[in-house]
Structure formats: structure tokens, C-alpha cells
Design a protein around this ligand. Sequence first.
Ligand code: HEC
Length: 363
Amino acid sequence: MLKRFFIVLAIGLAVPHLSAQVNVQLEALKRLKGIDLDATPAIKKVVLDLLEASSGQAAFVEIVRDFKLRGHEAELLRYAQGHPNDSTGVEAIRLLLNDEGLKLIRAAIDGEHAADTVAVLANALAPEAGPVLLRLARDQKKPLALRAIAVSGLAKTKTGAKELLTAAKAGRLPADLNFAAGNALRGARWKNLRSQAAKLFPPPQGLGQALPPLAKLVAMKGDMANGEKIFFRPQSTCATCHQVNGRGIDFGPKLSGIGTKLGREALLLSILDPNAGIPFGYEAWLLKTKNGAEALGIITSQTDDELTLKLPGGISIAYKTSEIAKRTQLPISIMPPGLQATMTPQELVDMITYLHSLKQAKP
Ligand code: HEC
């Protein structure tokens, strides 16, 4: 038996880089999984050669898994980061949920591939990932968008959802996660956890009506023309900070082409949870001058001896560096949360439909 497999494998290896060949060999190999490779050096060599030939491919992950190979953690992690939303990427990260692997994962969360690492970890639905995700969620030095992904990953497993609820009840979950945690936990699969979540994180309101969950809002149909009216009507306040095609006040990002930058879900999030994704250059700064005045705004230019701050309302003020006593970047957006409270859920969806239709600045 073994000999025949070996022959199939050896023939395949003559052309190791053809993926069809690799597949044939893999099929043959699959039937050998679980075999003690150390007791069968010839097969071990075939397996290791095949592993090398399939570097960077799904087959690599399968071979490591099927033969319980050790010492390939770094490459598994790279594969997982490169495929955060597919099942083999998730498989790769799951193979790393042991002491050694978790160390690598924690280091990756502090490194340049943090976003992909957290995304794939959140997709793993693994209780072992819980402590890592919870720690990240609570770390306010990390970007809120990353921490929100960690929260949604936690809420997908029962242990993770419980950990989140326990942390929230004990006051150990920073308040800037309220939206993300509420949204994820109110939609969790377990009924009693859902009802605890609804008490801890009441759903955002739209004119006195509880907003449907995010996924439902994303799917609702809206009326573009009405959405334009909602955006510009005074109680919505949007136009006091945003311009669309020259209309409105130029303070926050111009929204004339926003429909090409953000999808419906991201548009909804930018209103329901403005702190989650602050575009570069629109961070909030608090300046204190030496004569005791304070100003909150966006820094639009700065040189060695001067700094310009744009204030809500669109006015810019130039400050001499020598006048400034202190400047602090705030972790929150100048766009206030809760603006949807002046509109019904349907009006909110109408406005999102309008914003999503804005693909290009018009002269
Ligand atoms: C007080 C000023 C202010 C008001 C009022 C305001 N925004 Fe904003 N908005 C900002 C700022 C500043 C940003 C950039 C920082 C951020 O994303 O939080 C922003 C970001 C956005 C973004 C994301 C833009 C991008 O390029 O990523 C959208 C969409 C948006 N606002 C829509 C709205 C809508 C719709 C309303 C009304 C319901 C509104 N804003 C009200 C100041 C405001």
C-alpha cells in the first residue's frame, strides 16, 4: 500500500511546481494523514518536498494541518494575513492558537499587519482567541476601528460574547466601544446574551424608534431625493460641517464623491459611530493658548512658527507657535455621535442612499 502511494507521489514530484500535480499528490497524501512521519523517513521527505512546493498556497496549510507539522508558524501566519476572509486563511490562524502561535499573533497585532491579523482572528470563532481579542478591544492606544473588529469577533462565540458582557458590566469595557459592542451583542446568536446586551447597550434611536440592526439598515431600500432633503434640513446639522457640490459649510470632509469612497455600511457607521474611522487630516485637536483660551478644531496647516486651526462653522484661525501653551490630539471625532436621532430609521436610510449616490463632484 504505502509503496504505491510513494510511487504516485514521487512521479508527481518530478514536476513539483505544476499545481495540478501538487493536487494529485495532495489527494494521495491525504490518505496518509496521521501517519507517524518520523517512523517513515521516505514519506517524510516527500511530504516536506511537497510542503516546499506549495509554499504560499492553500495546500501548504492543509499539509501542515494533516501531518501536524511544527516549525511553520511564521508562514502560517503570513498565509492567514493574506487571506483573512477565506476558509483556508482561517484554518491557518486556527493552527496557531497554541502558546507559541499566540505569541506570534500578539506580536503581529502590534506590527504593520495588525488589521489583517485581527480580521482573520475575529473570523476564527475560537475561544482561544478570546483573551487576545479582549485585550486588544480594551487597549485604547490602538485604533478604534481595529478594536471594533475584535469586538465583533468576540461576539461571534458564546464564550467571547460572555466575556464582553462581563467586562461591560464590570465597567472594564471603554465607552468608545459602546456602539460596536452593542451592535455586535444585540445581534448575537444566544437569546439570553442578546437580552442582557439590549439592557446594557440600548439600541440607538431614530426619532424615538429603536434602529434596526446594522445589517438590516444596510439592506433597506431608500429614497434618494428625500435623502437629499434630510441631509440639508437644518435639524440634521450635516450641512453645517459638510459640503456637497459647493452647498453647505466647508469644515469636515467634502462629501461630493463620498459614494465612491464608502459603501452603505461604512456610510452608516460614519454617522452612527463617527469615532470609529477618522480620515487622515481630520483628527480633532484641542489647543490651549498661553492667555488661557481653548479651541477645538482640525489642523489645516502648520509651519515652525504658525499653525492654522479650522473650527466647526468653517472659520480658520492662525496661531503663532509662541502663543500656544499646549496642543492635544483627541481620540474622538469632532463629528458628534447620535445625529440620527433627528430622523426616523427610514429617513436615515434615505440619507444613506443619497450619500451613496454621490459619485463625483459636480461643477
Ligand atoms: C460638527 C461638525 C460635523 C457635523 C455636524 C457632521 N459631521 Fe460628518 N464629519 C465631520 C468630521 C470632522 C468628519 C471627519 C472625522 C470623522 O470621520 O469622524 C466627518 C466625517 C463624516 C463622514 C465620513 C467622511 C469620510 O471621508 O470618511 C461622513 C459620511 C459624514 N461625516 C456624514 C455626516 C452626516 C450625514 C451628517 C449629518 C447627519 C454629519 N456628517 C454631520 C464633522 C461633522
